[in-house]
Design a protein around this ligand. Structure first.
Ligand code: GLN
Length: 192
């Protein structure tokens, strides 16, 4: 299994480590030509959605990335800023999303005091898992086509729409590989 990890900015190395623990191969997607490779899925990491958005445009990668995802029916997993990029609406003109999931992301949603925190919560189909939040978003509104996989304090922090998965937290910053395993299982399902 070969996963392209968008490596423009942010915590992409941690995803690569997680994937290697699960014996999945990773390819860093740094420039337009990297999108020509055969991939089974794509991860959009945490970082700053405004920066990732700008770099996608500056490097002329936005349209090619979207075409690859849509034409090749690729599963995508976004964490934190990755969730913001997967949404349809970020309520911030500087963070232009890819619009893969029918939801609105609220950026920096926990305020200054709660900018970063860890908790343990239930993730549908997986069980109770550790969650690390860093200046995290949550999903403010979602269409009925979006399955809610986890909530923390009544806020949606993980969701799936078909072959698209997004978490407001960073599973790659814990030692629990379950969410990445869940994504790899989604890829296997999607191929059938
Ligand atoms: N606050 C960041 C943003 O708005 C997300 C933080 C993260 O990815 N850890 O993009």
């Amino acid at each position: 299994m070969k996963i392209g990890v968008l490596a423009l900015q942010g915590a992409f190395e941690e995803h690569i480590k997680m994937l290697s623990q699960l014996n999945a191969e990773s390819i860093e997607l740094r420039q337009l030509k990297d999108l020509q490779q055969d991939l089974d899925g794509i991860i959009i990491p945490g970082g700053e959605s405004t920066v990732i958005s700008k770099l996608l445009d500056d490097l002329n990668m936005r349209e090619a990335l979207l075409n690859k995802i849509n034409n090749e029916n690729l599963p995508v997993f976004g964490t934190c800023a990755g969730l913001i990029m997967m949404s349809q609406n970020t309520e911030d003109p500087k963070a232009v999303p890819l619009g893969l999931m029918e939801c609105t992301a609220k950026r920096n949603a926990y305020g200054r005091q709660l900018g970063s925190f860890s908790t343990t919560a239930e993730f549908d189909g997986v069980g109770s898992i550790p969650m690390v939040f860093i200046r995290a978003p949550y999903i403010k509104e979602a269409s009925e086509n979006v399955d809610i996989l986890s909530t923390v304090d009544g806020k949606i922090v993980a969701a799936r729409q078909g072959r698209f998965l997004a978490t407001a937290f960073h599973p790659e910053l814990t030692d629990n590989t379950c969410v990445h395993k869940y994504f790899l299982d989604m890829i296997a399902e999607n191929k059938q």
